[in-house]
Design a protein around this ligand. Sequence first.
Ligand SMILES: C[S@@+](CC[C@H](N)C(=O)[O-])C[C@H]1O[C@@H](n2cnc3c(N)ncnc32)[C@H](O)[C@@H]1O
Length: 249
Amino acid sequence: MTDRKTTHFGYQEVPVEEKAGRVAEVFHSVAARYDVMNDLMSGGVHRLWKRFTIELSGARPGQTILDIAGGTGDLTARFSRIVGPEGQVVLADINESMLRVGRDRLMDRGIAGNVEPVQADAQYLPFPDNTFDCITIAFGLRNVTDKDLALRSMLRVLKPGGRLLVLEFSRPQSKLLEKVYDQYSFRLLPFMGKLVADDADSYRYLAESIRMHPDQETLKQMMADAGFVDCEYHNMTGGIVALHRGIKP
Ligand SMILES: C[S@@+](CC[C@H](N)C(=O)[O-])C[C@H]1O[C@@H](n2cnc3c(N)ncnc32)[C@H](O)[C@@H]1O
């Protein structure tokens, strides 16, 4: 018997050192179809969740923003317009394929100049202390192996007074909604993934990883434990998604 440390990859128990590789496979696999699947799966509602995230960020012209696990760059594109030529947005993601799709998509939309793509792991952010006015991580934290480590890393690179916004799937607030949502995620999602992206497994992982992610109150406490203050969250779409906000003291 070995006492190797394990963690979750969806519902599977895997050695800690294997999780990042398994997550990487998922996002290499979905990168090309990621945007179309996002719109399809959420019926376009992910755009509203992201709009609210931007509103709560309080971003202003001239600021420096980190969009970690930024993927194909939805939030980055919006921040780029807000911070303007005097500001800067770092689009960071651990996954080369997602980052490549994101970079191409930003160029296609004419967004350049104040955006820097960086391949980086949320757990070990390669930036000096006190760099950013705001950090966002949208639908990224649940994929990170050591979430506490990532939260502490984000705290370190935020400026004092800076904000962290975590947009993530969470716990539906009513039993009925939970039932409908379970049917949708475990039956329809893998089916759509198979049909559109020929990849049922990745979308099964999506449904499972959402169930394994800490609920609203647990994540709020994790942020406080990492050192954030004034931690709060807003439920959206009945708690299917929650936006957490914490401030660096
Ligand atoms: C579901 S996508 C979200 C993309 C984008 N933020 C959005 O909201 O559409 C999750 C992203 O997290 C990235 N990711 C997973 N683990 C990460 C880590 N440890 N550090 C940085 N990014 C990570 C994946 O590569 C993927 O691009």
